[in-house]
Ligand binder design. Structure first.
Ligand code: SF4
Length: 75
């Protein structure tokens, strides 16, 4: 288990609002007024659920980074 804190973001230019991320990590990804998803930081869901959400996105709109280094993380 890693102690690293994650930061999630959604590229709203890519997001198509199909809510797959919100199914996988319900507290971390929430709908904005347009029906697109935005990230909550720090992510309230488990690390596993956050990465499951990122993998579920059909348009790769979700970016997960290390909060300290800014490094992109893929799991
Ligand atoms: S899974 Fe991707 S495209 Fe679908 S709502 Fe989430 S960020 Fe947007």
């Amino acid at each position: 288990m890693s102690a690293r804190t994650l930061v999630v973001s959604v590229n709203l230019n890519l997001c198509i609002g199909n809510a797959m991320c919100r199914e996988a990590a319900r507290s971390t990804f929430v709908a904005d007024e347009s029906g697109l998803s935005v990230g909550v930081n720090p992510p309230p869901d488990t690390r596993e659920d956050v990465f499951a959400a990122a993998r579920a996105c059909p348009v790769c709109a979700i970016l997960v980074r290390d909060a300290e280094s800014g490094e992109e993380i893929y799991e």
